[in-house]
Write a protein that binds this ligand. Structure first.
Ligand code: ATP
Length: 520
């Protein structure tokens, strides 16, 4: 049942809480803004996503190895990486509402509105012209659309130029020129735009002042760069090779809305691929495609994914593209693929005074490798998985009447619980004992759940709502002939199988191989 995106998003947030996927951090104290806790089913789903990434990157590539670097790093790391000087967002306050915004996002939202207007014109015309409608021709020739598009392109170009030049005054002028108002209050009473550093800092116990100032890492990548030679030497990797890492990152985001899309504490899955200088563009293309295939293999429909080249390159990159996902609030970045040149290794080499070079036996020369990075948010992938799998649908109930069910149609390999074991009646010892036996044999292989409360129909619905692909029901026939019914979440088909076959039936669907095989 299709729902307007805003309603769907509200339902998703409510569902996440009600069914133990995501809770607001410190909720009993009214929460901490943009910080979230993963509940019992959330942690399972997130771990499954991380396992799929790790298997696709580390297990399936003989030349990619893993790392788990500490969150705290020597403060010079962040000087070398450019984060102390340049990891800023342009901040603007509205003097009437006292609300804080990112100046670049206010301008981007203005551009999005122009795109929406184009979309509406196209929709109207499609209705008017019916089957004879030529959308491409209409987009290229309709004067109103051409005007909107030119305006959007010109603003996007100016935004990229001002951001690259860190020209805060020009950003403010653009906001005034476009008459952008505070989305909350409608006021145009803005402060100047100023730079805001996104790193959280803290103090090392035994050193006072600036020298003891530590940062919570804003990305996991730097732990990989500073360990580049340790890893290369200890694993005897030859270029090209990669180092992969999953871990927490922290950013003091100015505007943190949209649930777990933009958090102040989040988790990244990053891989830095070290290559010969000059070969980075071919690897950039390779990883762009490989990473898109991973998202598709996770069950994401093609039309919900797209590439978006960066208009405004970061200080370290010579090429960058995002994989965007169509979240309920529009297409937004889920993953970044960046050609980072030799910027990071060279900067660390310079500031530390330690060589970070690789001796290439084939070329018989040493060089600082170039790096292609793939960086995807575990939380944004989680949000994508939830938002595309949360469905309300009409299905027949036990009497054959229409009833509505809420179901998470997650890929079975990602589901938090793989199989639920349900005695048909809870007050019959022979049924509950038999069900416990089934649970106790399956628990060695899968994340299972035993549930004997409520009527069987309600128990099925509860499992549907957390995305459990199989429910196994133990009834009186089980006692007679050692068979159970297996109910499949998606088809609602119920099949009678011997207890000895349950594991085989479940495994066929929930094996991570069914995702990984989509990658070759
Ligand atoms: P954005 O433009 O949305 O702020 P970014 O370009 O700064 O993102 P990167 O530095 O490329 O993001 O980080 C790589 C990935 O880490 C992103 O694609 C995203 O999935 C994730 N990520 C970054 N910031 C956050 C955040 N505040 N909350 C959740 N995930 C994040």
């Amino acid at each position: 049942m299709a729902q307007p995106p805003a309603d769907h998003f509200k339902k998703l947030i409510a569902h996440s809480k009600e069914y133990g996927f995501i809770f607001q951090s410190s909720e009993i104290y009214d929460g901490l803004s943009a910080v979230y806790d993963y509940g019992p089913y959330g942690v399972e789903l997130k771990n499954n996503i991380k396992d799929c990434w790790w298997a696709a990157m580390v297990q399936m590539h003989e030349n990619i190895v893993g790392l788990d670097a500490a969150i705290f790093m020597h403060p010079k790391t962040w000087k070398a990486s450019g984060h102390v000087d340049a990891f800023n967002d342009p901040l603007i306050d509205n003097k009437d509402s006292n609300k804080r915004y990112r100046a670049d996002q206010l301008i981007e939202e203005y551009i999005d509105k122009l795109d929406e207007k184009i979309g509406k014109e196209v929709e109207k015309a499609a209705k008017r012209f019916g089957d004879t409608f030529d959308e491409e021709l209409f987009r290229n020739t309709n004067p109103r659309i051409v005007e909107y598009r030119q305006k959007a392109e010109s603003i996007a170009h100016r935004l990229a130029t001002y951001m690259s030049a860190s020209d805060m005054a020009a950003l403010k002028n653009l906001i005034e020129e476009l008459e952008i108002t505070d989305p909350e209050s409608g006021s145009r009473n803005w402060t100047d735009v100023r730079q805001f550093n996104l790193m959280f800092s803290t103090q090392l116990g035994n050193i006072a002042g600036e020298e003891g100032k530590l940062y919570l890492r804003p990305e996991t990548a730097q732990g990989i760069f500073v360990n580049f030679l340790n890893v290369q030497k200890s694993t005897r990797q030859k270029i090209p090779f990669g180092i992969a890492q999953i871990g927490k990152a922290f950013r003091n985001e100015i505007v943190a809305r949209q649930f777990i899309f933009r958090m102040r504490e989040f988790e990244q899955m990053e891989m830095q691929f070290f290559v010969r200088p000059g070969e980075e563009m071919q690897w950039y293309e390779y990883w762009k495609n490989a990473r898109m295939r991973w998202h598709l293999a996770m069950g994401t429909p093609q039309e919900k994914l797209r590439f978006k080249d960066h208009d405004n390159l970061a200080h370290y990159a010579n090429a960058a593209v995002d994989i965007q996902y169509e979240f309920p609030f529009g297409f937004k970045e889920m993953e970044g693929i960046h050609s980072r040149t030799d910027f990071d290794l060279s900067s660390h080499q310079m500031l530390s005074g330690k060589k970070l070079q690789y001796f290439d036996p084939e070329l018989n020369e040493s060089y600082v490798p170039y790096v292609v990075e793939t960086s995807v948010g575990a939380d944004r992938t989680f949000l994508a998985m939830l938002s595309q799998s949360l469905v309300e649908e009409t299905v027949p109930d036990a009497e054959g009447n229409d009833s509505t069910r809420t179901v998470l149609t997650l890929h079975p390999a990602l589901s938090p619980v793989k199989v639920a074991v349900l005695p048909f009646l809870h007050h019959k010892d022979e049924l509950t004992n038999a069900a416990r036996d089934v649970f106790n044999s399956l628990k060695f292989s899968f994340q299972c759940q035993y549930d004997e409360h409520d009527a069987i129909g309600r128990r099925y619905r509860r499992q549907d709502a957390i995305g459990t692909p199989f429910c196994v029901t133990i009834d009186f026939e089980t006692i007679e002939n050692n068979t159970v019914t297996i109910r499949e979440r998606d088809t609602l088909r119920q099949e009678r199988v011997p207890i000895s076959r349950i594991e085989e039936v479940v495994r066929q669907k929930v094996d991570i191989r069914s995702i990984l095989s989509g990658l070759s």
